[in-house]
Ligand binder design. Structure first.
Ligand code: TXA
Ligand code: MG
Length: 550
């Protein structure tokens, strides 16, 4: 069968395409349609023969029921045998939108749709193209996610085409899905409202609308052997890429620590944006750590990307399973077949991050800490190491800033690079793009090697907070000194011109603001002495270690 792909940006401007999709649906065919959650594989919900084609196209087990999609709230009464007060409240609060409600079904709903159950799942999507197609078809549409059974749900028409090419006559391309994970499923057919599948509509939001609501155990745990599934979908392998994914629960530091220790046991990571440079393996990202909706939008995409990259074993980062994060964890845990990896806490040291503007005198403090047995992961040393003569980073810098940044012996002329790289924002950005990931990777590795050996590691980095390294630290400190003092120190040490010093200070201004969040402020100017200030620091470190039995 040939699969046509119809692009519809705005259904109002695409009456012919909508009519063509509706005609196929009326004729008992299957059409893949966009929704705000994921793409659906739609057919006339009242026509058992049409519904059967969905199961064939997906390779879906017959006992796994489908969601019926409607375009108006009133259509609920044609499908559900009872419409309790709570259903109306939910519809008012969340429809059209990413919520599916399970209710006792009317006889017009074929067994093929309900998987032989006495209930039916109903949802009114908010995607304008989905609603235009349902309206034009004139019937409710049964639609599961448009992936091959067991694989990650499709969030673009391209994903659908990958799975369904030759299996369905038409795919309607409405662009990438806004939410990216499937709707929240709640049953109102039992004693108490119960969430069977979490999604973008959170348990908290549902409780605010209808009061007490349970969350099914199987949302975050594998179904116990022999236990009946409240939702047949819970039984099956789900969302799985071909790669074997394992979740490393906990915060970023726990994740980085685990991956560094076990880097031989995987070939890829799945993490949040901005974390890639800390990891020793190639990484794919799904959204930002602090933005759950950016995670839902990207999760299934990222799982598919891992497969395309040929990943075979993947360490995955997970959000806290709360709010929308509950939906993210539900999909990710299933994709991982509920495999979790954790390291015992034994033999772990601690990590201190130190920052401070140029000339503040971080290195003085680091030397004092090193005398007391701390291992220093020094950003300057790491920079020199990754930019050593003949290194790939140095080659990339020559390509960006000119081969004459090299001295005759092939090593870097730091003064010349500084001049060029700090002359404007674009140049600084270029420098950072080339050097930062390599420097960060080396710094993090050095620090965690010490941390894993039970030592105190110090990450000495002028851009500690800007680079997000503070999130890997147990404690952070900032070394300060007045600008006049710092200027004098830099002039004496690096022999830079006033203009070059100005440029350097300007580049560090953002960091100075962020560093205000450091746990400890170390004053490196008279009348304070580094020895005394460092004493205060080591007291804090000792107290921290004692509290945690390090
Ligand atoms: O966002 C969504 O809900 C997407 C888009 C296309 O609307 N659809 C979707 O459908 O995710 P599907 O078939 O992939 O997932 C439906 C889930 C399955 O786990 C199924 O077992 C469950 O809902 N379900 C459907 N009817 C049910 C019923 N009567 N009782 C319990 N669970 C039901
Ligand atoms: Mg599905």
């Amino acid at each position: 069968m040939e699969t046509l792909v119809y692009k519809i940006e705005d259904p109002k401007n695409a009456p012919r395409q909508i009519a063509a999709a509706a005609a196929l649906l009326k004729a008992g065919e299957v059409v893949a349609i966009p929704t705000e959650t994921v793409y659906g594989l739609a057919a006339n919900a009242l026509d058992p023969a049409a519904v059967k084609k969905i199961f064939e196209a997906k390779g879906r087990p017959q006992d796994n029921p489908l969601i019926v999609h409607i375009a108006e709230k009133e259509a609920l009464y044609e499908i559900a045998a009872e419409v309790p007060e709570a259903a109306l409240k939910l519809a008012d609060a969340f429809w059209p939108g990413p919520l599916t409600v399970i209710l006792p079904k009317k006889p017009c709903i074929p067994d093929a749709v309900s998987g032989g159950l006495s209930t039916v799942a109903v949802r009114m999507p908010s995607h304008p193209t989905a609603r235009a197609i349902i309206r034009a078809a004139g019937v409710p549409l049964a639609a599961p996610s448009a992936n091959l059974s067991g694989f990650p749900s499709p969030t673009t028409a391209g994903h659908v085409l990958d799975d369904m090419n030759g299996r369905v006559p038409m795919i309607v391309d409405g662009g990438p899905c806004g939410f990216g994970i499937e709707s929240t499923v709640i049953t109102l057919a039992g004693d108490k409202p119960r969430i069977l599948r979490p999604g973008a509509v959170t348990p908290e939001q549902i409780r605010a609308a209808i009061g007490e609501t349970q969350v099914d155990e199987a949302v975050l745990k594998p179904l116990k052997e022999g236990a009946a599934a409240a939702s047949p979908g819970m039984k099956y392998r789900h969302y799985s890429p071909n790669a074997a994914v394992s979740v490393v629960p906990g915060d970023l530091k726990t994740f980085v620590s685990y991956v560094l220790r076990h880097r031989e046991e995987a070939d890829h990571c799945l993490c949040f944006e901005g974390e890639e440079a800390f990891l020793p393996l190639p990484a794919f990202t799904y959204g930002r750590a602090d933005e759950p909706l950016s995670q839902t939008r990207r999760l299934f995409d990222a799982l598919r990307e891992l497969d395309e990259a040929g990943a075979s074993r993947v360490f995955a980062r997970a959000p806290v399973p709360e709010g929308i994060g509950l939906g993210v964890c539900n999909r990710l845990y299933r994709a991982a077949g509920f495999t979790f990896l954790t390291d015992p806490p034994e033999n772990q040291g601690m990590i201190l991050g130190i920052c401070g503007a140029s000339g503040a005198g971080k290195s003085t403090f680091c030397s004092l800490l090193a005398q007391k047995g701390a291992v220093i992961a020094d950003a300057d040393a790491a920079a020199r190491e990754v930019m050593r003569a003949g290194s790939p980073v140095l080659e990339a810098l020559c390509a960006a800033f000119g081969a004459d940044i090299l001295l005759p012996d092939g090593s870097l002329d730091r003064g010349k690079l500084s001049e060029r790289a700090f002359r404007d924002q674009e140049s600084t950005r270029k420098l950072n793009a080339v050097t930062h990931p390599a420097i960060l990777r080396l710094l993090v590795r050095t620090a965690f090697d010490a941390f894993h050996a039970g030592k105190t590691a110090v990450i000495d980095a002028p851009l500690l907070f800007t680079a997000g390294l503070d999130r890997l630290c147990d404690l952070t400190a900032v070394v300060t000194a007045p600008e006049e003092v710092r200027r004098r120190r830099i002039a004496a040490r690096d022999g830079l011109s006033d203009a070059a010093i100005d440029a350097r200070f300007k580049a560090q201004r953002g960091e100075a603001e962020k560093a205000a969040a450091a746990d400890i402020i170390l004053r490196n100017y008279p009348p304070f002495t580094p020895e005394k200030e460092c004493g205060r620091l080591t007291d804090t470190i000792e107290a921290y270690k004692k509290e945690r039995n390090i």
